[in-house]
Write a protein that binds this ligand. Structure first.
Ligand code: SAH
Length: 236
């Protein structure tokens, strides 16, 4: 039996998948993609959108519904249902792939799928991908870290001081999922001394009308911080 490929798609720009990931997608008979149920009942999947821009067999795409991010129990049940379908396809000898945005090992819900597959004794292989913060930085020529500088990756902030203290200590900071703690980020923005650079990104790799970047504090303060936003903060 072929191992199930957990394939990192990169952060949105279809050209940012690896050759290895693309090759595995082309070999797959079934490609599972997490999706959200829309008010009209249809399934929306960013991963499936990326796949449709690649030269692969569209008939292989299998979007599976996953409950909203704040309903953990419902989401786990959805992953369980997807794993049932995956296991059944594997048992019939099909090659199965599961997709993840960015890198599959970096804050990815594909980890639940991998864990459930492992519990069933099904073999998986993970294909590395470009995480969003790397693509964000590249899109504007922002340096993430250099020489002996260290980088913190945060998914929450308890206070503005926490962020400013890290930067004052010479660290660069990547803020993931800032929609969850936008007020602390905005407080830090308002208090930061000159010479601290805030790089703010939304929907990197998406269409030009959704993608947004600014390093101007007044412009960033006005943003609503959607789920697909990210900041890189360092001494500028
Ligand atoms: N596995 C992904 C991370 C998923 S966690 C990776 O490797 O990058 C989701 C968070 O990633 C979002 O809240 C946002 O902070 C960031 N993110 C993912 N895609 C993004 C994009 N296209 N533009 C900006 N931020 C993005």
């Amino acid at each position: 039996m072929h191992p199930i490929s957990i394939i990192s798609l990169g952060p949105g720009d279809p050209e940012l998948i690896t050759l290895k990931g693309l090759r595995r997608l082309r070999q797959a008979d079934a490609i599972y993609c997490p999706a959200t149920v829309q008010p009209d009942g249809s399934l929306a999947s960013r991963a499936a959108d990326i796949l449709r821009a690649l030269d692969i067999d569209l008939a292989a795409i299998r979007p599976f519904p996953v409950a909203m991010r704040d309903d953990r129990a419902a989401a786990l049940a959805d992953y369980g249902a997807a794993v049932e379908r995956i296991a059944a396809e594997c048992a019939e000898g099909r090659r199965v792939a599961v997709t993840a945005e960015g890198d599959a090992g970096f804050y990815s819900s594909s980890g639940y799928v991998s864990a459930l597959l492992a519990e069933r004794g099904l073999l998986t292989e993970r294909i590395a991908g470009i995480p969003a913060f790397v693509a964000c930085a590249a899109s504007e020529g922002v340096v993430i870290a250099e020489q002996t500088e260290e980088t913190d990756v945060l998914t929450t902030l308890t206070s503005a001081d926490e962020l400013l203290g890290r930067v004052a200590a010479g660290r660069s900071v990547v803020l993931m999922k800032p929609s969850r703690y936008a007020s602390a980020v905005k407080e830090a923005l308002a208090q930061a001394p000159e010479g601290v650079a805030f790089h703010y990104f939304e929907h990197v790799g998406a269409d030009a009308d959704r993608a947004f970047y600014s390093c101007r504090r007044d412009a960033i303060l006005e943003r609503r911080f959607p789920y697909f936003s990210l900041l890189i903060v360092r001494r500028g």
